[in-house]
Design a protein around this ligand. Structure first.
Ligand code: 2IT
Length: 452
């Protein structure tokens, strides 16, 4: 009876969110994953019951959608759409990245902002959840076009953000160069030099280790996961997708810990390098990304010992640890089945929501160690939080100091997931653990602050 009631509550909740947010599949996917784990928890806690906490968390506090007009190098006018989702500010100013990619739409940014709220809570730092971006495609654009687009985007966004209000950062398509142009325009319009963005260059308030932080944090987290089964990275074969900033940090740290990454991927297919992506090859990844081609295939031109598999994903390669580091829904049930058949022991998400719900369930059913991005990729935003701290105290910390704090934070997140996600047989359900641990802090703050 008890179970029937909770299942009914989950179904009713999902039906309500579906009715309210039609045509937003990614957002619904993210909310569903949280609902099935958090609603039973809420039902078991009288203080949370009836407070509509998850319903409130699923409605952005504010959604800003704006026109971004800009002029290309040929003098042609273009109109893109800009967004900033200010999801939840219960525990701190809105915080989260800006994505420039043609797939950006309201659904994608709402899913990212929703996950960001839980992720930021898990870091234990005082940051609420937000996300923004544009359907602008940076591929093939000149440097001056990128600059003009960033300026046009910030001309509107600067009215809605600030160091105590909302602090954006990078995400797909937004790196150090874009953050620089965005920062310059904010400073010019507002006449303020503040920590309004993170991921800044070192010369103007950035933090050491921020570029590496997401990838390093993922590997620190995976190290903790492996430790629960008395294993480590030494001698492990690791498959990675993507070839951006996150994949780069992952590959660097895995090498340091004695493992070998053998794949990267792009929209065109994946690279299998049986000798391992090590040494100079890791530095080459930065070049590959900076080329702006968005093609993984270029890797084999430089390193002919590697193979390129057009139109395929790296999950068919046998591995011990899989680290999806590209984008949402890049690993589906079929991929999950192959990974499990091939004996994967640990899947640590580095991208945001790279696995479909069906893939996640397959991993959980087979008791594979599986961690959701909102837990394992939180090192990026955590280090953004450390950048905010450094900006506030007007000091810069050493790499060692930032890296030590990052590692401590990742160990802390792992522990929180374990505390809330450990099942009777000892298996840790990190999805459940991350969702509940992330929920509790936000929920407590919302309860204390009343219905606002
Ligand atoms: O998804 C993410 O956590 C990010 N893109 C980083 C966000 C941030 O504010 O550093």
């Amino acid at each position: 009876m008890e179970h029937y009631n909770v299942d009914q509550k989950i179904q009713d909740f999902i039906a309500k969110i579906e009715a309210k947010n039609p045509n937003e599949p990614e957002f619904l996917q993210a909310v569903k994953e949280v609902a099935v784990t958090v609603i039973p928890f809420i039902a078991s806690r009288p203080q949370y019951n009836g407070m509509k906490l998850l319903e409130r968390m699923s409605e952005p506090e504010r959604t800003i959608i704006f026109r971004v007009p800009w002029v290309d190098d040929q003098g042609e006018i273009h109109v893109n759409r800009g967004f900033r989702i200010q999801m939840n500010s219960a525990i701190g100013p809105y915080k989260g990245g800006i994505r420039f990619h043609p797939t950006v739409n309201l659904s994608v940014l709402k899913f990212l902002a929703f996950e960001q709220t839980f992720k930021n809570s898990l870091t234990t730092l005082p940051m609420g959840g937000g996300k923004g971006g544009s359907d602008f495609d940076p591929q093939g654009k000149s440097d001056m076009e990128i600059m003009r687009f960033c300026q046009a985007f910030m001309t509107e966004m600067c009215k809605h953000i600030g160091p105590e209000t909302d602090v954006p950062a990078g995400d797909i398509g937004v790196g150090a160069r874009e953050i620089g142009y965005l920062f310059g325009q904010y400073k010019k319009i507002r006449n303020e030099f503040t920590g309004v963005l993170t991921g800044k260059g070192l010369a103007y308030g950035g933090s050491l280790i921020r570029p590496e932080a997401t990838g390093y944090g993922v590997v620190y987290f995976a190290e903790q996961m492996l430790k629960t089964i008395d294993q480590d990275f030494n001698g492990k074969t690791v498959t990675v997708s993507g070839f951006g900033n996150v994949a780069w940090g992952v590959i660097k740290k895995v090498e340091e810990l004695g493992g070998t990454c053998v794949t990267i991927s792009g929209p065109d297919g994946y690279i299998y390098d049986k000798d391992g992506i090590t040494g100079d090859k890791i530095d080459y990844l930065l070049e590959l990304r900076a080329s702006g081609n968005n093609r993984a295939e270029d890797y084999v031109k430089k390193f002919p010992g590697a193979e390129f598999h057009a139109g395929k994903r790296p999950w068919e390669v046998k591995c011990d640890v899989a680290i999806p580091a590209a984008t949402q829904n890049e690993l589906d049930l079929e991929d999950a089945k192959i990974l499990v058949e091939n004996g994967v022991v640990c899947v640590t998400e580095a991208a945001n929501m790279p696995s479909t719900l069906e893939a996640i369930n397959h991993f959980l059913e087979h008791k594979v160690l599986f961690s959701p991005g909102k837990a394992s990729n939180a090192g990026g935003v955590a280090t953004s939080g450390l950048e905010m701290t450094q900006n506030s105290i007007r000091l810069n910390w050493s790499s060692e100091e930032v890296d030590t704090r990052l590692k401590e934070i990742m160990i802390g997140i792992h522990k929180a997931c374990r505390d809330y996600g450990k099942e009777e047989d000892g298996y840790v359900n990190y999805v459940k653990g991350a969702n509940i641990a992330g929920f509790v802090k936000v929920a407590e703050a919302m309860l204390a602050q009343g219905v606002v």
